[in-house]
Write a protein that binds this ligand. Structure first.
Ligand code: SF4
Length: 448
């Protein structure tokens, strides 16, 4: 009997700005690997392609992009609206060269990226009318009803907690009995994501080292998406690094919101293990480390494991905001963490600290004070513009104060629109802060 064939699709996106900041469709590729383990033949189309010639040494790269007309509700916004990734005509052409799949899985990541996923779904439905199509990812997990209404051409829309529904659908529709049906939380046994489907060299591999988080920051969806904290055994992570290293991968990106939680049992043995590997790798952590958990030993181990830079969460200098948004950090413990990182040998330009801008009723002066504090400590400030995310406490409490209907229309959840601008923090203030932070960061770069 011929195997069931599945096509994994990462759609292009529409946005005001986007950059491949070590982004990859990890969940989609993991589900693909899981189906392969069950005997499926898998293939992929990743529409989010980058300009390879412009890829940086650290693996990041700009997406292909093209200016397009914005949807009606975003007309009047004075920013360029673009499609990032390949054009629909290119997608059509590539699909015509693919053998008809039985099953198609489409992922959809940010909530306000759904128009790209919907358009790609329409194209796939036209090209492969008889294929079964499932749409999953973060968007349907956070906006399930909206996704059901938007993705009507799909045979199923699935949220991240519905893996049993996914397995039942597959077994109900295809003549297969799945012998391997792990939960997405079984991160110690999940197959490695199917990066081997990419024809070119793999520029980096993300390492999922835990799910869930010990904190409940009011702006963050992690506690909703992953209510249980599950850590991956250090040995399992080391084995994956060796697996990819044998296939030529040098750069690794830690996908972990909680990397230092229970650090004695997890992060420390893992970092020691990486430092002892008979080869060297480069490590990046776009998801910030929790600074309050960085002690002198962790700082040294991060250095020995070859973190090329360390990103930490500062969020705000304001004591009230620190506490009211979750209490994961205070300025004192942050300063200690920075001290440990410097002592371990990290240079100023290799430490970046996120500071949040645009929280409901936040004042621009708060962000400036945070930038000044970080600059005084000698670390790069990175402005993280607040994105209102459904199912988070901050969203539920303040959505009616946004200047757009963010609850009804996910397109307005885009942080590029600055949904919570108000007279105490205007768009002009934000532009000034971006300029200010550039100057501050440049000033200490020049002093090196
Ligand atoms: S510490 Fe980070 S991942 Fe955890 S809840 Fe806060 S923002 Fe989210």
């Amino acid at each position: 009997m011929k195997p069931v064939t599945a096509l994994l699709v990462n759609p292009y996106i529409y946005d005001f700005s986007a950059y491949s900041f070590w982004s990859s469709p990890l969940g989609l590729l993991t589900i693909g690997a899981l189906l392969r383990k069950n005997g499926f033949e898998i293939n992929k189309v990743d529409c989010l392609r980058v300009v390879e010639e412009k890829r940086k040494d650290d693996g990041r790269a700009p997406f292909l992009k093209e200016k397009v007309k914005p949807p009606d509700c975003l007309k009047g916004i004075k920013k360029r609206f673009r499609r990032y990734g390949i054009a629909p005509e290119t997608l059509n052409k590539e699909l015509s060269a693919i053998e008809k799949p039985h099953l198609i899985l489409i992922t959809s990541i940010m909530t306000y990226w759904y128009p790209g996923a919907r358009e790609v779904l329409t194209i796939l439905r036209e090209v492969f009318p008889s294929a079964k199509i499932i749409v999953g990812g973060i968007y349907p997990s956070l906006c399930y009803e909206h996704a059901q209404a938007t993705m009507q051409k799909a045979d199923m829309v699935i949220s991240n907690r519905q893996i049993e529904k996914f397995y039942a659908f597959i077994e109900g529709v295809f003549p297969v009995k799945l012998s391997y049906k792990p939960s997405p939380d079984d991160i110690n046994v999940l197959p490695y994501p199917a990066f081997d489907l990419y024809e070119t060299t793999i520029p980096f591999v993300p390492l999922l080292t835990s799910v869930g988080c010990m904190y409940k920051c009011t702006y963050c969806a992690t506690p909703y998406m992953h209510p249980r904290i599950i850590r991956r055994q250090p040995q399992s992570v080391l084995e994956e690094i060796c697996y990819w290293h044998e296939r030529g991968v040098k750069r690794y990106v830690i996908y972990d919101d909680n990397f230092l939680y229970k650090k004695e049992a997890y992060a420390k043995p893992l970092l020691r293990g990486i430092a002892r590997l008979p080869f060297s790798i480069d490590i990046y952590n776009p998801n910030a480390l929790n600074a309050s958990l960085i002690d002198s030993e962790i700082a040294l181990l991060l250095k020995e494991a070859n973190f090329k830079e360390v990103r930490v969460g500062f969020e705000t200098k304001d004591t009230f905001l620190q506490q009211s948004t979750g209490g994961k950090i205070n300025t004192n413990s942050f300063e200690n963490a920075i001290h440990h990182l410097f002592e371990a040998g990290f240079k100023k330009e290799t430490i970046g600290a996120y500071t949040l801008a645009g929280l409901p009723f936040q004042r621009w002066e708060d962000v400036k004070a945070s930038i000044d504090c970080l600059s005084d400590l000698g670390v790069k400030a990175l402005i993280a513009e607040y994105t209102p995310i459904p199912h988070t406490p901050l969203f539920q409490t303040f959505y009616m104060h946004a200047r757009y209907p963010i609850k009804e229309e996910p397109l307005f959840q885009n942080n590029a629109l600055f949904p919570f601008a108000w007279e105490g923090f205007t768009e002009e203030d934000l532009l000034n802060l971006k300029h200010y932070v550039r100057e501050k960061n440049r000033a200490f770069d020049n002093s090196m």
